[in-house]
Design a protein around this ligand. Structure first.
Ligand SMILES: Cc1cc2nc3c(=O)[nH]c(=O)nc-3n(C[C@H](O)[C@H](O)[C@H](O)COP(=O)(O)OP(=O)(O)OC[C@H]3O[C@@H](n4cnc5c(N)ncnc54)[C@H](O)[C@@H]3O)c2cc1C
Length: 528
């Protein structure tokens, strides 16, 4: 259970109030061998990360499965970047022949993006970019001087490229809709992942859960693991779920007319694979054997750092919770010769802080004086690339059980040649854009080679229960309903057909709202 405000135990602590100054300890690394390698893991955020021993899994090829198993899940931890997918994102897998066709198009989800954005509050500008459709926005954060200089240079040198302030689910301004949820404006503390007492960013805990509770129709059950979905051969529908109480370890059956399975991508795959019956011996709805196949993630391998000379009289106020985005500009209309799929770029410029080294000095008054002034401008630039659906990238169940008696999940997921070619393209293009803007000391980094970065760390896992028109090559229909068991809906990342280059969670939310509306209408008509 994580109650909004009450359970954000580290939200107001200063660095010196932590036992280890916020850093992770050797004990943390032992307890969280997977999650402690994640960028947002720290002494301040570890209450929201899962200890590996809670649900062990087997990495056949290295894949970091980042999890938060509390009420609200990873919505407490997320970085809140929220772009809409465009028509091109839905068309591309078929058009460029790298995946099955999406059963929906932008027009099918457009109104649901609006619905979600108005509720959660998305900040940003309206930029009129075809491949990143405008959102309903509540104010925007601003670029600093150096970011603006780089953006101007990109617009000058590349008429088809844009550099915009990132759209994120932080309330740069507040509207009535969010006030009704008891939330206030974002204070730009950028301590979001500890839980925000202001409700300044969207998390399920600050927004949707308390709002749903107000209806009086919501029952929350924590400390409970869904083991499987039970299929009834006579009705040809699911009758409910088997649940394990994590404290008493007792098992119970909870019946349901309609089931929305949203345990996060890989857990939803696990639950379906574990939902075996004589009708579905390989997992619920899995006649075609594709359940757990085509697992997707985002390609974060490429990163660029640089220095930016000048502007030393310029600073910024607060810790803005977003970055600058360069929406995708490759493989939108014409296919590049050596890679498929598109990538976007995020970057920021900042003054080097007091942890920097200062001209060989390590102690003394002069050293302290110099550290009390901000350092030079630095730039950090990162790719977010589309990963193609690959049959071999899969999850399946092991015979080995976890501590609650559930089969451990085997992950067999890795980079492909396409990911490496795309990274090289980003490194080349990023370097050119920065160099033209006046940046110096540009370093191009393959994070996999330099830091051993593995897939999974971007926490954008998708697929395994993909949507599609054709039941022979997909598991869900265009309303996220299992083709073979109509009262089970999967609307989290597991349902995704492709990844696009955009952040995924806004689309998960829009798909969920759309499917919930559909299920309700069907229910009213007695069809479910
Ligand atoms: C640091 C970080 C930064 C991120 N940044 C972004 C971003 O900028 N933009 C973006 O789009 N996405 C981002 N993400 C990803 C985003 O957080 C996820 O896509 C999103 O939270 C997925 O929502 P979900 O409900 O599917 O899964 P989760 O948020 O993981 O919630 C799943 C819930 O299901 C529960 N559960 C799991 N298994 C079971 C079971 N067997 N029985 C019962 N309950 C179960 C869990 O306890 C949890 O409460 C980020 C993630 C992290 C960690």
């Amino acid at each position: 259970m994580v109650k909004h405000i009450k359970d954000y135990s580290t939200a107001n602590l200063d660095p010196w109030q932590f036992d280890h100054f916020g850093a992770k300890t050797q004990q943390d690394i032992n307890d969280y061998p997977t999650n402690s390698g994640h960028y947002a893991f720290s002494e301040a955020t570890k209450p929201f990360y899962l200890k590996d021993e809670e649900q062990e899994y087997i990495q056949e090829r290295p894949f970091k499965w980042i999890r938060g198993y509390q009420l609200g899940g990873k919505s407490l931890l997320w970085a809140r970047q929220t772009q809409r997918w465009s028509e091109l994102d839905f068309q591309s897998p078929k058009k460029f022949n790298y995946g099955v066709d999406w059963p929906i198009r932008y027009k099918d989800i457009e109104a649901w993006y609006t619905h979600v954005e108005k509720f959660i509050g998305v900040s940003g500008t309206r930029d009129g970019i075809a491949n990143m459709p405008d959102s309903e926005v509540v104010g925007a954060f601003e670029m600093n001087k150096v970011e603006q200089a780089i953006a101007n240079s990109i617009h000058r040198n590349y008429p088809d490229r844009h550099a915009i302030i990132g759209r994120c689910a932080n309330l740069a301004e507040i509207k009535e809709e969010q006030k009704k949820q008891g939330r206030t404006k974002c204070m730009a503390r950028s301590l979001c992942e500890r839980g925000c007492p202001f409700g300044g960013y969207f998390s399920s805990n600050s927004s949707t859960i308390p709002y749903a509770e107000k209806t009086g129709n919501l029952t929350i059950k924590t400390d409970a693991i869904v083991e499987s979905i039970v299929y009834d051969e006579t009705t040809k529908k699911a009758s409910g779920v088997k649940v394990i109480n994590t404290i008493s370890e007792e098992r119970e059956f909870i019946s349901a007319r309609i089931i929305f399975l949203n345990a996060s991508t890989l857990s939803s795959n696990l639950i379906l694979l574990n939902s075996k019956s004589s009708r579905f011996p390989n997992g619920l709805g899995n006649d075609n054997g594709l359940l757990g196949r085509y697992i997707l993630f985002h390609n974060y391998r490429g990163r660029i750092t640089a220095d930016y000379p000048g502007y030393e009289d310029s600073y910024y106020y607060g810790r803005r919770p977003t970055q600058i985005f360069i929406p995708a500009f490759k493989n939108l209309y014409v296919q590049e010769p050596n890679f498929k799929g598109s990538y976007l770029i995020a970057f920021s410029a900042f003054r080097d802080g007091w942890r920097r080294s200062v001209d060989g000095l390590q102690v003394g008054a002069q050293f302290k004086d110099m550290l009390s002034e901000p350092g030079k401008w630095k730039i950090s630039m990162q790719m977010q690339g589309e990963v193609l659906p690959v049959y071999d990238n899969h999850v399946r169940l092991s015979d080995k059980l976890d501590k609650y008696g559930l089969p451990q999940l085997i992950t067999n997921i890795s980079y492909s040649r396409n990911d490496i070619n795309m990274m090289n393209d980003f490194l080349e293009e990023g370097e050119k854009m920065l160099s033209k803007s006046g940046a110096i000391k540009i370093e191009k980094i393959d994070q996999h080679i330099k830091f051993g970065r593995q897939p999974g760390l971007e926490v954008h896992e998708m697929g395994g229960v993909r949507m599609g028109e054709d039941p022979s090559n997909s598991l869900l229909n265009g309303n996220n309903q299992l083709h073979l068991c109509s009262n089970v809906f999967v609307t989290d990342g597991a349902s995704m057909v492709s990844t696009s280059n955009q952040n995924p969670s806004l689309t998960f939310m829009a798909l969920t709202a759309r499917a919930a509306d559909y299920a309700f209408e069907e229910f009213k008509m007695g069809k479910l």
